[in-house]
Design a protein around this ligand. Structure first.
Ligand code: G3P
Length: 219
């Protein structure tokens, strides 16, 4: 399973890139609103220079023609930009049109297998089931990821499954077990994934034992 960072924060993306495990980024208007800038284009372009893999940027207008037009503009920002289109009837039409132009689409705000299936049939490169938001609503978000993965595999649909709206490390390991192609994670979750108290205890013990050997050598 690949790891994408779910953020529009440049510093977090730079830090994540240093770890060498981040192969893409997903943004959305809410993540952008947390940053101290109004220039979405400049932010996405900068992210694309830091991470060479897919960087998702969302279309935020309504109406199929306006969405297609904006998607074309966003897709021209950088060769690795992926356009996020919501899983609506309009979004489906837009996804089909963009796929014909070989513009990569991330079919987002997916909350059902039907939405995911239609997005994949329309030619989306990625579909994003929102795990945490389904959990919040009393459903099992990861069950949806499992169903999408199984269905795409059964019907040999090429769309990649991004487990999105990830809230904690448990979501990441469940996404990996479910066979998600990608988990897009907040920076905090990425840092939590590597942490284990027994590793910290082990490192501290090895260091102190090594110091006692060094002291012995000094005698
Ligand atoms: O990847 C989708 C994500 O940005 C939504 O996360 O936590 O707002 O549900 P959340």
């Amino acid at each position: 399973m690949e790891i994408f960072l779910d953020t529009a924060n440049i510093e977090q993306i730079r830090q994540g890139a240093k770890l060498g495990v981040v192969s893409g980024v997903t943004t959305n208007p809410s993540l952008m609103a947390k940053e101290d800038t109004a220039d979405y284009e400049a932010v996405v372009k900068e992210i694309c220079t830091i991470i060479p893999g897919p960087v998702s940027a969302e279309v935020v207008v309504e109406g199929t023609e306006a969405m297609i037009e904006e998607a074309r503009k966003i897709a021209a920002w950088a060769p690795n930009v992926v356009v996020k289109i919501p899983a609506t009837a309009e979004g489906l039409e837009v996804t089909s049109a963009l796929a014909k132009e070989t513009i990569k689409v991330n079919f987002t705000l997916c909350f059902s297998l039907n939405q995911a299936l239609l997005g994949a049939l329309a030619g989306a490169a990625f579909v994003s089931p929102f795990v945490g938001r389904l959990d919040d609503a009393g459903h099992d978000g990861m069950e949806l990821v499992e169903d999408i993965v199984d269905t795409f595999e059964y019907y040999q649909l090429p769309a990649k499954v991004i487990a999105a709206s990830i809230r904690h490390p448990q979501h990441c390991l469940a996404a990996a077990k479910a066979g998600a192609d990608i988990a897009t994670v907040p920076y905090k979750v990425l840092t939590q994934m590597i942490q284990h108290p027994l590793t910290d205890v082990g490192v501290a013990r090895f260091l102190s034992d090594w110091q006692s050997i060094s002291k012995r050598k000094g005698k």
